[in-house]
Design a protein around this ligand. Structure first.
Ligand code: 3PG
Length: 214
């Protein structure tokens, strides 16, 4: 199922997930769906990534991407498992070219003017600004926006319930990524009701912004 990057960013939040075991994948997907956020970036930081992507994507009710994709081989493992978008922590031209060639949405990590230049030259208009908090947060995004007014940023790394509003207030930020609503401790313990609660709170924070009640 081909998907547009705009469909992904329309959710405004991309939950970032690292599953130690794929047997928690279905419960976590259900918690995200129940909380009103049917999307996830499942990171290749654990051996369970491909199996978890498959378990979640096979449900058919949640948009699954692969994160921490570092090479072309992982792009193919992710797509074979059912991922429909690819995210990487850094700027990797081989991964980008492969995704563009396949028509798969790709969000490369980018944090510097050099990264932005490379992204523009690859025809990309959206990058993952990572690690957002450590790189200066909203202030750095505003500074990068000046020479790259066409660029859209998906800040990830250090985004949380307290600061999400500062990021989403920027016109050049269509969405944020983060793990605050899917804490590994709760996921590993199978406490999915509590995960659903955190997800619903995150969605409510976005909805309140839309309604102008920040
Ligand atoms: C990522 O891989 O995108 C980040 O590790 C997520 O950052 P966070 O855990 O600070 O939300």
């Amino acid at each position: 199922m081909p998907v547009d990057l705009a469909v992904i960013t329309a959710h405004r939040i991309i939950p970032v997930i690292a599953l130690g075991s794929s047997d928690k994948a279905d419960g976590l997907a259900q918690a995200l769906v129940d909380g009103g956020l049917p999307i996830a970036e499942v990171t290749f930081r654990t051996d369970a990534a491909a199996e978890s992507i498959r378990a979640m994507a096979d449900r058919g009710d949640i948009l699954i991407g692969a994160g921490t994709v570092l090479d072309v081989e992982q792009v193919h493992r992710a797509l074979d498992a059912g991922a429909v978008f690819i995210v990487s922590p850094g700027y990797n031209q081989a991964v980008i070219d492969e995704c563009l060639g396949l028509g798969v949405p790709v969000l490369p990590g980018a944090a510097t003017p050099s990264d932005m230049t490379a992204a523009v030259n690859s025809g990309l208009d959206t990058v993952k600004f990572f690690p957002a908090g450590a790189c200066g947060g909203p202030g750095t995004i505003k500074a990068l926006s000046a020479p790259f007014p066409q660029m859209r940023f998906v800040p990830t790394g250090g985004v949380n319930a307290a600061n999400i509003g500062e990021y989403l207030a920027l016109d050049c930020v269509p969405a944020v990524g983060g793990s605050w609503m899917v804490p590994p401790g709760l996921v590993d313990a199978g406490e999915f009701d509590r995960v659903t609660g955190l997800v619903a709170e995150a969605v409510a924070a976005v909805e309140n912004r839309r309604g102008g009640r920040r």
